[in-house]
Write a protein that binds this ligand. Structure first.
Ligand code: LLP
Length: 435
């Protein structure tokens, strides 16, 4: 479901005019739709209803407290990757007992914190980590629940920077080594072998790689579960979304790619995977991030200048790569639409760029866009995942305001960062102050 659509010629998020939101809260502005967040969670949750399951939202995609609370209220758990994320869950009213803790570099302090909070499972990425968890648990006189992350060596065929399931990257333990790791782990006194975990990559738009990975790993889970008495199998995250064109909004066919191919829906995902997983009789965990929040957010930005150089038409906006780094980092596509549509305006091939002093600071290149001028506003769609969370203060730019729309209402869920707060932890040593 997509909640950004034109009402007349004005772009709305649910029942709220985005122009009005910009007037009230300024620009750049992240706008999220509670309806889409809820709808996507519920669709996935109900598609998996035949299984005992838990949707652990991969909060790295968007860790805003309001977003966490919304998913917690819907019964979700969380996939966390740092003590900071776990603290956020607790601060936002989520349940640590529904959290898994992933990541290749867990520190002793983080493990201690997670154990004290009683998390559901550590997703273990290496044997040294297993040893460390065992040691820390012994010190606390606790037993740590763990799942080893298996790397199934399946190429998810996504962007090189977000594929994780092959032996070419740092994640998980090779499929062939897993049995040996569990045998050794079973001898560790302060470790409880609760399950097995996998994750093959992000932004997968076909169910095929998931199917291949599940088919490969299920027999291993069966074998290990019989040996060690597992409770769960986590199949990770990675369900892709439509970035282009995302604005077929009201039309349910927005699931279609421009080539008319069906993209991955919760229904297709479940129809393929549920029958493969059901025979395990285990609890199935999922770790979706992007699917739950991606289409639920837009980054709204104001046009500052239009500059023509040579053949180029540069639309210079007030948002930049520090607000949304995905185009610069992954060359990723975000649909860009005007808040005020004008059928009579000419279409011009444009580069939408930010004010940061880097050529990489762009949102699109040579894209046909409605002619815009100073003071007009644009929305970059499908920016709800890996948008604000990857924001930075580069060029001493404050982090943008974020609002959550709920019907006709919108609440500020993150205040605009004050510029002086950016350097509040910086210190000029006394000896420099002389003279
Ligand atoms: N589980 C694990 C172990 C992961 O590493 C990730 C994402 C997820 C779950 C959630 O994946 P999702 O459902 O969101 O695809 N910044 C990149 C994406 C990085 C993904 C990192 N891991 C982007 O903007 O495309």
């Amino acid at each position: 479901m997509h909640s950004f659509r034109y009402v007349g010629d004005k772009l709305f998020c649910e029942g709220a005019s985005i122009e009005a939101l910009v007037k009230e809260h300024g620009s750049p502005l992240y706008v999220y739709s509670a309806a889409t967040l809820t709808d996507h969670f519920s669709k996935l949750d109900s598609a998996l209803a035949p299984l005992d399951h838990l949707v652990c939202y991969a909060m790295k995609a968007n860790s805003n407290a309001a977003v966490i609370r919304l998913f917690a209220n819907l019964g979700g758990g969380f996939d966390t990757v740092s003590a900071g994320e776990l603290q956020r869950v607790i601060a936002a009213g989520g349940d640590a007992k529904k959290c898994v803790f992933a990541g290749v570099g867990k520190t002793e302090e983080e493990i201690t914190f997670a154990l004290k909070k009683g998390i559901y499972s550590f997703n273990v990425e290496s044997e040294p980590e297993l040893q460390r968890i065992n040691r820390v648990a012994a010190k606390l006189k606790k037993v740590a629940p763990i799942a080893v992350r298996v790397n199934p060596n399946i190429d998810a065929g996504t962007h090189a920077k977000i594929t994780t399931g092959t032996y070419e990257n740092k994640f998980g333990i090779a499929f062939e080594e897993i049995e040996g790791v569990y045998a050794r782990a079973s001898k560790l006194k302060n470790i409880k072998l609760r399950g097995l975990q996998m994750h093959i990559g992000s932004q997968l738009t076909s169910v095929k790689p998931f199917e291949a990975a599940v088919k490969k790993v299920v027999p291993l889970v069966q074998k290990l579960s019989a040996r060690y008495g597992f409770e769960f199998f986590s199949i990770g995250g990675g369900i892709g979304i439509v970035y282009n064109p995302a604005l077929a909004s009201a039309d349910p066919a927005w699931w279609n790619t421009p080539e008319g191919k069906k993209i991955l829906t919760p229904a297709t995902y479940a129809a393929t995977l549920v029958p493969l997983l059901q025979p395990l009789g285990l609890k199935i965990l999922l770790e979706p991030g992007r699917f739950l929040v991606g289409n639920a957010g837009a980054l709204v930005t104001r046009v500052e200048y239009v500059k023509k150089t040579g053949k180029k038409n540069f639309v210079i906006v007030d948002a930049a790569m520090n607000d949304l780094i995905r185009p610069a980092f992954y060359d990723s596509y975000h649909e860009i639409v005007p808040l005020k549509r004008n059928a009579k305006a000419p279409t011009i091939s444009s580069d939408v760029v930010g004010p940061i002093c880097e050529s990489g600071d762009y949102f699109c290149k040579d894209r046909p866009l409605q002619k815009v001028g100073e003071g007009d506003t644009l929305a970059l769609l499908s920016a709800g995942a890996y948008g604000s969370v990857m924001g930075s203060n580069y060029n001493t730019r404050g982090l943008a305001t974020e609002v959550l729309v709920h019907g006709k209402k919108a609440d500020v869920v993150r205040k605009r960062q004050k510029i002086a707060d950016i350097w509040e932890n910086e210190v000029v040593p006394g000896w420099l102050k002389k003279g």
